[in-house]
Design a protein around this ligand. Structure first.
Ligand code: HEM
Length: 327
């Protein structure tokens, strides 16, 4: 089995305190939050996601990433969904999000259906949390019970989006520190990174790894293939060329990503750092997930619930009527 040795008891205590601190006083997340006020909510979200994924499988990956990029900036408060205003630049145009994060229209569509059934009741943040769960499950991954009762933030924070979201050249110590600052440990980081078993990346984000791997090594033939097929050298164009993040079954939510990590056939340096990266703190977990898809699925679901608990509750924030602007 895997080892938690790298995570000290002290770090765990800090993590729990940090996670608790983000949940505002006066409210608690719970699965049945809308049972009385919007009983049809889960099926409305599921239907919206099923249609979106049927139209384009990648949209499942895109909505999952949207949730991560929301939760890592001010907690899971749908701040990423706010459009820019004259006074406040939104998170959509922060470096890690611009021309990259997708799925806003899918959440708009679902919100419109939810508003039609349950007016001014369900937060955009909760819709996104449910949509991310359904996205994973529709692509063949696990399902889990989503805690509900999040409130929508009234502010976007472009600065924090630029600071908090991990870059594709992050080292393992950097990744661990960023996740720790959100109350997430090495196991959560490793399991959540398994999201890269689905979806696509642009040459601009993986060029450095396939041309000049200064961190954990990449398989030479794999790198050569990407250079020839998908990613010209810097200055040669092709920044927007896409390649699948996982090589075996890029539209299936399985443990293939961890097998690719062991074979050193992943696109991002930050991914490869999880196996053979500085210190090797997550190597054993990667091997365990590569060998045991069910263990990955269980830990991924648990980590999504944990990340999703970074939320505004009670009377903080509001329930937005339109996910793109504050009321
Ligand atoms: C651990 C640090 C992480 C880094 C450095 C990172 C970085 C990236 C980058 C650079 C891309 C490609 C973007 C582009 O080329 O436009 C990407 C895609 C993606 N990321 Fe991450 N990511 C991380 C963690 C996560 C987590 C925790 C999740 C979800 C739980 C996630 C979900 C995704 C998905 C699903 C895609 C594909 C999206 C699509 O095809 O539209 N990532 N990530």
């Amino acid at each position: 089995m895997t080892s938690r040795a790298s995570v000290t008891a002290g770090a765990r205590v800090v993590a729990v305190v940090l996670a608790a601190a983000v949940v505002a006083v006066g409210g608690q997340l719970m699965p049945g939050f809308y049972d009385a006020t919007c009983p049809g909510l889960p099926s409305l979200v599921r239907r919206g996601m099923a249609q979106a994924v049927q139209k384009e499988a990648r949209m499942g990956a895109s909505v999952l990433r949207l949730f991560f990029h929301d939760c890592f900036v001010n907690g899971c408060d749908a701040s990423i969904l706010l459009d820019d205003t004259a006074n406040s630049p939104g998170e959509k145009n922060a470096g890690p999000n611009a021309n990259s994060v997708r799925g806003y229209e899918v959440i708009d569509d679902i919100k419109a259906h939810v508003e039609a059934s349950c007016k001014a009741t369900v937060s955009c943040a909760d819709i996104l949390a449910l949509a991310a769960r359904d996205a994973v499950n529709l692509l063949g991954g696990p399902s889990w019970t989503v805690q509900l009762g999040r409130r929508d933030g009234r502010d976007a924070n472009q600065y924090a989006a630029n600071q908090n979201l991990p870059p594709p050249d992050a080292t393992l110590p950097d990744l661990l520190a960023r996740f720790r600052s959100k109350g997430l440990d090495a196991r959560d980081l490793t399991a959540l990174s398994g999201a890269h078993t689905v979806g696509w990346a642009r040459c601009a984000t993986f060029r450095a790894h396939v041309y000049n791997s200064s961190g954990a090594a990449i398989d030479a033939a794999f790198a050569a293939g990407l250079r020839a097929r998908a990613c010209p050298p810097a200055g040669g164009g092709g920044d927007g060329n896409l390649a699948p993040l996982e090589q075996r079954a890029p539209a299936a939510f399985d443990n293939g990503y961890f097998k690719d990590l062991v074979a050193r056939r992943v696109l991002l340096r930050s991914d490869q750092e999880l196996y053979g990266g500085g210190g090797g703190a997550t190597d054993a977990l990667v091997r365990a997930y590569a060998a045991d898809g069910a263990a990955f699925a269980a830990d991924f679901a648990a980590a999504m619930v944990k990340m999703g608990s970074l939320a505004l509750t009670g009377n903080s924030g509001e329930v937005r009527l339109n996910c793109r602007r504050v009321n």
